[in-house]
Design a protein around this ligand. Structure first.
Ligand code: NAD
Length: 355
């Protein structure tokens, strides 16, 4: 087998940020290349998904992606109170494919063994549970094997359901902070995207008395929202400008940018989408407009809590996910006290926990 491992020196890379270890695994015979980045393991072994992506322009793109994502996992795990570090894998995909070849997953399994348990991985963009079953033929360091060993199964709903609960508790904290209200009675929400996270989230919001305006590019989903929760439906272009109290981005990232900022009428932004701010300076722009922003990686951590808490019951998971609301309240109050953005305070709290 021509599988080789190397530890490239990436200290000059702009996204390096003192990564502990970066492994490059390569098998030229089968066209396999993967980067595994371990950012920081002070709190415990690293956790973070494995992405398969065939559209990297070049190696540097893949490296930038894996470094940024693994650092993000360090902060997300720390802020969620998990005793795990941050890591991530990127498999450089074969052009025109969406999922990895089985031989790639076996090669990845050997690469995970090379790290000796410092990192365990699982599903992310482009990878499925069945892919990790293949890796699991040669390694123990995939989540599906940990579940098997613990005699546990994925609870119905899985990560998106717990992400939804986390966003719900985060929204409750933000509403309490901004409007002084304990329930969501008559609070107006604009929800962008009605996918695996937003559907259970809307159900929770509605049950708490919320009034919903929604959009999705899939008309069957907006129809469902109309029927189940009496939601008003608008187009994706209009959603961010709705006269509502809370904007809930649950589609893709990058909604908050200089052109969309003046349109926002909501006083709270709290949703599941990753990378909601198109650039970091948007955090200050929101603060200056008096808009309370729930940092994305703080509010959407319910899924990762579900992923790492192997074998936890639904009740245990809900208890842990409820802490997202407590953490967000701490972030909002401290940001106000220290005259900083909520994004800055989230990073500070994560770093305080790690060091
Ligand atoms: P999903 O793919 O199930 O849902 C996304 C929904 O957004 C779909 O219904 C899609 O039709 C809709 N959509 C896409 N583009 C749109 C647009 N321009 N306007 C309106 N609607 C649009 O994804 P999900 O699992 O529900 O995740 C939603 C977001 O939350 C993503 O940004 C994801 O990265 C993030 N997130 C998800 C989890 C999780 O556990 N699934 C965890 C953390 C973060």
């Amino acid at each position: 087998m021509a599988l080789t491992f190397s530890y490239p020196d990436l200290s000059g890379h702009p996204a390096y940020d003192n990564h502990e270890k970066i492994l490059c695994a390569e098998d030229l015979d089968i066209g396999f290349k993967a980067y595994i980045a371990l950012h920081n393991t002070r709190l415990g072994p690293a956790r973070g998904g494995c992405r398969y992506w065939a559209n990297y322009e070049n190696d540097n793109d893949a490296i930038g992606d894996v470094l940024r994502l693994s650092k993000g996992m360090t902060f997300k795990n720390a802020l969620a109170g998990l005793n795990y570090g941050g890591g991530k894998t990127v498999i450089v995909g074969t052009k025109g494919t969406k999922n990895p070849d089985p031989a790639f997953m076996e090669a990845l399994g050997h690469a995970l063994n090379e790290l000796g348990g410092a990192y365990e991985t699982g599903e992310d963009v482009g990878t499925r549970t069945e892919d990790f079953r293949i890796a699991g033929h040669v390694t123990d360091y995939v989540r599906v094997k940990s579940l098997e060993k613990a005699g546990a199964k994925d609870l119905a709903g899985g990560p998106p359901l717990y992400t939804a609960f986390g966003v719900y508790y985060g929204i409750k904290a933000a509403v309490k902070f901004k409007f002084g209200q304990d329930t969501l009675q008559d609070i107006r929400f604009a929800v962008k995207g009605l996918g695996n996270v937003a559907a259970p989230l809307c159900k929770l919001l509605y049950a708490d008395g919320a009034m919903l305006t929604v959009c999705d590019i899939d008309p069957s989903k907006t129809k469902m929202a109309q029927e189940l929760w009496g939601a008003k439906v608008v187009s994706p272009d209009e959603i961010i400008a709705q006269a509502v109290d809370v904007y809930v981005p649950c589609a893709l990232g990058g909604d908050i940018h200089p052109a969309s900022l003046p349109l926002i009428k909501a006083k709270v932004i709290a949703g599941a989408a990753n990378n909601q701010l198109a650039s970091p300076d948007m955090a200050l722009a929101l603060k200056e407009r008096g808009i309370v922003y729930a940092p994305d990686y703080a509010i959407n951590a319910g899924g990762v809590i579900n992923v790492v808490e192997i074998g936890a019951s639904h009740e245990d998971l809900i208890r842990k996910v409820q802490n997202i609301g407590t953490t967000l309240m701490e972030i909002f109050e401290r940001a106000e006290r220290e005259d900083k953005t909520t994004a800055e305070i989230a990073d500070i709290i994560a770093l305080e926990r790690i060091f």
